[in-house]
Write a protein that binds this ligand. Structure first.
Ligand code: IMP
Ligand code: MG
Length: 179
């Protein structure tokens, strides 16, 4: 698995720092609010787990599964809800947790949907932002780190469902997805 990685872009140490920083910031910003953290499956899982342990205020957890990818390396722009929330979001302060924002279509669609359903506020925490990939106007409030337009895997991020279990984030060798 390691042989398929061109280089490490975000190390385990850097990921720890990000989780500590964002966890403290979110705990401060949501003090006194009814925080509902919504993870987007499956990519959010390692980040969601580590980040939530750094949030020191009461919070609830829910998951949604959405996809705009069909096993390729570029987004299709057609966002499908594969698993919806089990609870009402009316008057809740929602923080969506996502692995990466690229075109912005997934997060823009889900943010608008949850607002339409009556959430009081909807913000996004993403481990990685690729602002050069944007095709819609969308700015996540909490960003772990910003990277150039590279296809990355690890720490939840996949290529054809593989590499999610790498403990760091690395750039995948082009020969893997060009073969
Ligand atoms: P967006 O709607 O284009 O912002 O797509 C976000 C989704 O695309 C993420 O949740 C990932 O599943 C996927 N994605 C975007 N860039 C990458 C990448 O570099 N590696 C793996 N998945 C990615
Ligand atoms: Mg994803």
């Amino acid at each position: 698995m390691q042989n398929d990685i061109k280089y490490v872009l975000v190390s385990e140490e850097k990921i720890d720092e990000i989780n500590n920083r964002l966890g403290a910031l979110i705990s401060k910003d949501y003090q006194g609010k009814q925080l509902l953290v919504v993870g987007l499956l499956k990519g959010c899982v390692p980040f969601m787990s580590d980040l939530c342990k750094k949030i020191t205020i009461p919070m609830e957890v829910e998951y949604m599964s959405v996809s705009s990818y069909h096993g390729n390396i570029s987004s299709s722009g057609d966002v499908k809800i594969k698993k919806d929330l089990d609870i009402s979001v009316k008057d809740r302060d929602i923080l969506i947790v996502e692995d990466i924002v690229d075109t912005g279509q997934t997060l823009k669609t889900i943010t608008e949907l949850l607002k339409y359903r009556g959430a009081r506020s909807v913000e996004v925490a993403t481990l990685i932002d690729k602002p050069e990939g944007r095709v819609v106007d969308f700015k996540p409030k909490y960003v772990g780190t910003t990277i150039p337009k590279e296809f990355v895997v690890g720490y939840g991020l996949d290529y054809n469902e593989l590499y999610r279990n790498l403990p760091y984030i690395g750039v995948l060798k082009e020969e893997i997805y060009n073969k």
